[in-house]
Ligand binder design. Sequence first.
Ligand code: BJW
Ligand code: ZN
Length: 243
Amino acid sequence: MAEQSNDEKIRLLKERLEGCERVVALTGAGISAESGVPTFRGQDGLWRHYRATDLATPEAFAENSRLVWEFYNWRREVLAPLHPNPGHLALAAMESRFPHFTLITQNIDGLHQTAGSRKVIELHGNIWWVRCTGCGELTEDRRAPLPELPTCEACSALLRPHVVWFGEMLDPKILDQAYRALDTCQVMIVVGTSGVVQPAASMGATARRRGAFVAEINLEPTPYTDIYELSILGKSGEVLPLL
Ligand code: BJW
Ligand code: ZN
């Protein structure tokens, strides 16, 4: 069969979404790229310049919390002035279009919420929240940057970014919410993720096994492209509004 054009694929996905009751979107760093948020992998990806193991692991934080906080404070400063793009806005609009729409994101930038999405499952946490390493207290703190080594008002212990580092478990309650949506969705759209970080990477495959029609929107193919029904190559900020 001849390869379908992008227009044809977009038309097919729109048809699939017509009258759909249960839809899931899973987003990754690519959806925020057009807002100016650096992605992790790829040409200008964050991990090209910084080693993940030096900065995004609990071991790194235990050994050099100052360096890890420097990295996160820099990222908070980069993110603070940025705005959602048409991709975020299109997903926010989908929330009211479908009776059951679940937005699952790996992103920690909070841009989906700024775009108006009210229910967002944040698999990897949120950079605007901090957690106490002593008493566990969770607080929203939008200052960018925070003090070099921020401490808890209640117990004076060191605070950490409320994000999920490599080797850390994702919150089981949050994972459970995500899998419940994946279990029953009819259509899933996987947007702007390289599909290498588990368990998020295999969520599209899970939905596919459970009978969903899965479409991917990305600038390039990913390790999962072949098992999805559709792969739309393009910018999420351009493709999503067409849906
Ligand atoms: C566009 C675009 C445009 C660009 N439009 N598209 C099973 C097998 C093997 C290993 C493991 C496994 N299970 C767990 C692991 C270990 C590990 C893991 O997956 N490692 C792999 C790298 C091999 N996973 C974990 O440790 C997770 N914990 C866990 O599972 O606990 C249990 C356990 C532990 C240990 C062993 C076994 C079990 C936790 C993962 C936490 C990830 N944390 C980070 C950092 C968050 C905080 C921070 O930001 O600092 O999360 S890493 C980083 O990667 C971040 C992202 O959310 C995540 C995914 O990245 P994403 O979103 O895909 O971004 P990119 O940059 O990779 O891709 C961007 C894409 O967009 C590209 O494809 C572009 O083409 C595209 N694009 N512009 C459309 N305009
Ligand atoms: Zn505390």
